[in-house]
Design a protein around this ligand. Sequence first.
Ligand code: PNS
Length: 157
Amino acid sequence: MTRVLYPGSFDPVHNGHIEIIETAAKLFDEVVVAAMVNTGKDGVFDLDERQEMIVEVVAHLDNVSVAMFSGLTIDVAARVGADFIVKGLRAVSDFENELQMAQMNNAASGMHTVFIPSASRSSFLASKFIRDFARFQGDTSKMVPPSVAEKLKEKYG
Ligand code: PNS
């Protein structure tokens, strides 16, 4: 049985994340999605809200569970008994940062990170731009599931 941890800030979860979760759920026996704090980003939704949104959008996947943690990803991976960390890669611009995190996590714990490339139809999606769309009343309906679009409307009025 192979269990993987898919950590991210998910602020909010979008269609690109869901595609990675669905792919990971096909590749591995169990997927734990963890909403985490990225100290390089200011959070808009709190971790509870992010977790709630994720729970709703992965409800159709039997082998996916959702958790919410602060602290180091490698500690969370150990706590949930993950064999690997999974991350999505959208473009070359993601790679440098993701590779560095994967190498640091590996050096510190021996944990390996498996990268799953995004499909081209969702490789432009980013939570920060989706928040901009929502903030200025743009249409996010093709970027996030309806339940998340609703939460964005509530957040930005
Ligand atoms: O969706 P993101 O913002 O790219 O996810 C980044 C995240 C949350 C996975 C990363 O910032 C992280 O692992 N944060 C937890 C703290 C940690 O482990 N930092 C060391 C990374 S080498």
